[in-house]
Design a protein around this ligand. Structure first.
Ligand code: NAP
Ligand code: SF4
Length: 671
């Protein structure tokens, strides 16, 4: 008996049946935008259909030119474009999956000069001012035509994108709809546009075609929709012919995070469940659901009937099959870092996954079984070493993994202790499981020497990094700690702290130092911290944030001038910056570190070393970047062994798990 009976049970939609309750939510991969990438897109979806997903939803396709996300971005407007999609639909159907095409009109989020919106109100995150849409009827026709083309292409249905602040959402909210014609001026008139799209689409496509409507159940912006309006929309969309209602949370310009790691697990399920009580069509829960036990619990304890995951199926295409095979421990759990998926999408790079670099490159990075099993030594069990060891062992090589410490994980073992990054523990669980399953000989507390390695067929140095020790007078003072000492609690940290270095780790350490209990583990506190109201209580679901008080006084310092955190992730950096600001962390730039002594840290500012100041802190934590550890390299070469150097050991300046895991996997594919 499976531990996930509801999750894995079919869902009868009347004219068709989904094989289970798992929906792969829409996510733009970048492969949609160019005709020549359609084969790669088909391979990407085929892999997820083979992995057992019940229903796949494509990235967004515009119904017309004004709806493009970017100039010449994905659209579906003609029969010739529809013909190309047949490769995608056939690939999914071959594996008994079902697939919907998402119709997305970007509205004022379109990054081009032809953008339109309900009214000419510029988005705070886009330099292009939209014009008010004149031909609303014509745009409805474009949605209908797009749905008909999707049907021609063999799709099982369409998802009409009505959330995240895109065009339909813009018509629904007073924030962006200032019209006084038939499409604005009252809640009923604001709803007319999306409801008409569903009604006319249903009339055109017939009864046996899925229409999923993705609706914003909490806008998380001022002057967003009220709960009454949201409920009314749901009932009207159902009456107009929707088969399924999917959930969306937060506009792209919202200041409430909805997808990053620090958002609590299943944070928005209650809202979807409350909405589901008002309709009879199935409602899909979404956002921050990534493991089968959580999904099962959502389906049994609430009114939703499906769960949507996008990124978790990028990180593990076999997610459903592993759940069905009672092998959840083997799931490569998405940690919601966004580093290789959404961060790529926003800079128009192709999407992949930090944990699974094969994602989006299914036809290029292939881990086929080896014809000649080799003895492979991997030194260092951080992300680069673990990824190499698992992938090489999966290909059939005999792998020994040496680790000087007493646990695998490297920098991930530190990251998981940061408030909001608790889910990094899942990655360590995944690797521990896969190392054991694939027979990797893991030697902990073993510092490998040249003699230990010289007899292997291949030697991989993934020895990582050591923290840089800056040349500051007084750096040996007992009040100076490394970031590892601070995070692991190896040495006590005082009530007032100066953090030297404002890179990713300086931000993480500051968050760690000001936080007592992680709000990620307490939904009520997290909502208060970000001002995320219950949509039933406040229009737009926003109230004034009430962050928990900081437990330490923290100064975050950098030598560079200007704002801190500019190199943090595109989609997650703002969350880190806002969080430290809310906690009162004092951020100082253009700093010169003059000396550390019993009084504290003495600093000056700028090239002329002006404005001397004493930060009278009890502790100084050094987060000044890294230096590579590659001490074995020379000795190995002396014995005629040419090692492969990867990860932080290869390039500490850009220490980065995405590169480390990709390098390790690519190397394993070549061994
Ligand atoms: P980093 O991002 O390179 O930052 C190092 C910091 O140290 C810089 O702010 C630099 O600022 C300062 N620094 C460098 N040399 C120094 C010196 N000699 N004396 C004093 N300060 C010095 O490195 P990191 O913070 O160790 O992070 C490493 C990597 O981990 C990042 O590249 C990132 O990919 C990843 N990471 C990301 C996150 C995240 O996105 N939230 C979190 C953790 C880790 P100045 O030169 O201006 O002083
Ligand atoms: Fe998840 Fe990060 Fe992979 Fe994106 S890159 S799918 S957020 S683990």
């Amino acid at each position: 008996m499976t531990p996930y009976p509801t999750l894995l049970s079919p869902l009868d939609l009347g004219f068709t049946t989904l094989r289970n309750r798992v929906v792969m939510g829409s996510m733009h991969t970048g492969l949609e935008d160019r005709a020549r990438d359609i084969g790669k897109l088909a391979a990407y979806f085929a892999e997820r259909a083979r992995g057992g997903v019940g229903l796949i939803i494509t990235g967004g396709y515009a119904p017309n030119r004004t709806g493009w996300l970017l100039p010449f971005a994905s659209q579906l407007t003609s029969s010739s474009e529809a013909r190309r999609h047949r490769d995608v639909t056939a690939a999914v159907h071959e594996h008994d999956g079902k697939i919907l095409l998402q119709i997305l009109h970007a509205g004022r989020y379109a990054y081009h000069p032809f953008s339109v919106s309900a009214s000419a109100v510029k988005a705070p995150i886009n330099p292009f001012r939209p014009r008010a849409l004149r031909d609303v009827d014509g745009t409805i026709d474009d949605f209908v035509r797009c749905a008909l083309r999707a049907r021609e292409a063999g799709y099982d249905g369409v998802e009409i994108m009505g959330s995240e602040g895109y065009l339909l959402n813009q018509f629904l909210a007073p924030r962006t709809n200032r019209r006084s014609d038939a499409w604005g001026g009252s809640p009923e008139k604001r709803r007319r546009f999306p409801v008409e799209i569903v009604r006319r689409t249903r009339r055109a496509v017939g009864e046996d075609f899925i229409i999923c409507y993705r609706m914003s159940m909490a806008d998380y912006v001022e002057d967003g929709q009220s709960w009454d309006e949201i409920v009314a929309l749901a009932t009207e969309v159902e009456a107009a012919g929707a088969t399924i209602i999917n959930s969306g949370f937060g506009w792209h310009e919202a200041r409430v995070p909805t997808i990053v790691t620090s958002v609590p697990s299943g944070a928005f399920v209650d809202i979807s469940s409350a909405l589901a009580e008002h309709v009879s069509v199935p409602v899909v829960a979404s956002n921050r659901i990534n493991m089968p036990h959580a999904a099962e619990q959502i389906l049994t304890d609430t009114h939703v009937q499906l769960v949507s995951m996008a990124r978790p199926l990028l990180s593990d295409p076999d997610w459903v099959n592993k759940a069905a095979g009672d092998a959840a421990a083997e799931i490569n759990t998405c940690i919601a870092c966004n580093q290789a998926c959404l961060d790529h999408a926003f800079v128009h790079k192709k999407v992949s996954c930090l944990l699974n670099p094969v994602a989006g490159r299914e036809t290029e990075l292939v881990l086929s079984p080896t014809r000649r099993a080799k003895r492979v030594a991997v030194v260092g069990a951080g992300p680069a070493g673990m990824a190499t060891a698992v992938a090489a062992a999966q290909r059939g090589h005999r792998v020994t993994l040496f680790e000087a410490g007493d646990a695998v994980g490297g920098q991930f073992d530190l990251a998981r202790r940061i408030p909001g990054k608790e889910e990094f523990t899942e990655t360590l669980r995944y690797y521990a499981t896969m190392l054991a399953k694939n027979g990797v000989d893991v030697r902990l507390r073993t510092r490998a020497g040249v003699d230990d390695l010289a007899s292997f067929d291949e030697v991989v140095l993934a020895t990582g990094v050591t923290p840089r020790i800056p040349e500051i007078p007084g750096i040996d003072h007992p009040k100076v700690l490394s970031y590892a000492e601070a995070i692991t609690g190896a040495r006590p940290v005082g009530r007032s702290v100066a953090v030297v270095g404002a890179g990713g780790i300086g931000f993480d350490v500051s968050e760690f130092l000001v936080t007592d209990e992680s709000a990620t583990l307490n939904l009520k506190e997290w909502k208060a911290e970000w001002g995320a109201a219950d949509p039933q209580e406040a229009r737009g679901a926003v109230v004034t944030p009430i962050p928990a008080p900081a437990v330490r006084e923290v100064y975050l310092l950098q030598r560079t001038e200007g704002a801190q955190g500019r190199r943090l992730g595109k989609t997650s950096g703002w969350v880190h910056r806002a969080s430290l600001k809310a906690k009162g962390v004092q951020q100082l730039s253009s700093v010169n570190y003059e000396r550390i002594d019993d009084e504290g840290l003495h600093i000056t500012f700028g090239p002329k070393r002006l404005d001397a100041r004493l930060l009278a802190v009890e502790t100084v934590v050094i987060c000044a970047g890294q230096e590579s550890v590659r001490d074995l390299e020379h000795g190995l070469r002396g014995r005629g062994v040419e090692p492969h150097v990867i990860g932080g050991a290869a390039l500490a300046a850009e220490l980065d798990a995405k590169r480390a895991i990709r390098q390790g996997t690519e190397l394993a594919a070549r061994l």
